[in-house]
Design a protein around this ligand. Sequence first.
Ligand SMILES: *Cc1c(COP(=O)(O)O)cnc(C)c1O
Length: 383
Amino acid sequence: MFHSSYIEISRSALKHNLAFLKAQLKPGTRFSSVIKGNAYGHGIEEFGELAYTCGVDHFSVFSADEAYRLYQVLAQKATILIMGYIDDEQLDWAIAHDIEFYVFSLDRLEAAGIAAQRLQKPARIHLDLETGMNRIGLDTGELEKAAAIILKQPGAFDVVGVSTHFAGAESSQNHDRVTNQLNRYHQAVQTLKQLGLKIKTLHTACSAAAMAYPETHLDMVRVGIMQYGFWPSPEIYQRYMGVSTDRTDPLRRLINWKSHVMSLKAVPAGEFIGYGKSFQADSDMLIAAIPVGYSWGFSRSLSNQGQVLVRAHRAPVVGIVNMNVLMVDVTGIPDVALKDEVVLLGKQGDEHITVASFAELSTQLNYELLTRLPLNIPRKIID
Ligand SMILES: *Cc1c(COP(=O)(O)O)cnc(C)c1O
């Protein structure tokens, strides 16, 4: 084994989550699997291929480089949509390979038109609308100009969709803001139609909106975090559990992050462990070193705070998390041996370390923690 840790991705958990999510949608609503941020840390290539074998045929990514990575494994088998960054140099590649992309400025629209004329192939675009998040998106005042650019170049554009993104559908505190956004969105869509554009797919919803605002489903939803088995916020989870007849979480985590015991050391009472003096043994201890540290996404803020699983027991992190090594206390755990499996995230026996508990301790959100799992930890699919 050349890697000090690896990530397992569960096929059965994904199948389960997809079935749950699809059951929440109105019949006929298309499902786009959001795989930006390296598929929320699960690995674009590995997750993309897995999701495809589970029936997903539409993927949304942030940037052209992510689209390129997915294209290497799926080619034309699925629709790929870039919701964010694409440089002028990558427009030709996207158009030539039927990659769809958001247009959120008139500049980008002009550039896409020029590239499409040059390639003699329509650019498959989604007009992304500013409706109140104030991040990216075409302003209401730009719609007329956008429609004119599109209509004066017949054959250069295929307006596949019109989209927007909500500024905080995961909290009912933002209810007014989200509702206003949806209203503005519908008005803008009306305007675009009156200007003569033909639009195929209306889409606005992320996971939280799909759960809390069914009226946002429209023709397609773009679901990220929930397919991986995580809720967008505790509020959305509680809201669902409040109306569900089942008492158990309908989502299952896909991810297990594992390593192994690299070294075992008996440390006498009174000694300090690791760098500095943050941890002193108050009795004789058995300490296991694990070859994972903050350079692998195991946050330094878990120093003297985090836990891992060894032989189905919780073992607390002792001392400071180093760049490539962390130490855990295995004193009370029977039969711990070199090379024993160590679970950093996920399940072992009846115990589990959830990202939520991990994130609370390291003050990172689920989203942030998952996407910080480095690219170069190998991902493997399990059942
Ligand atoms: C990330 C993202 C989503 C998915 O969000 P989740 O909360 O993970 O479901 C949908 N749409 C856009 C534009 C996004 O950036």
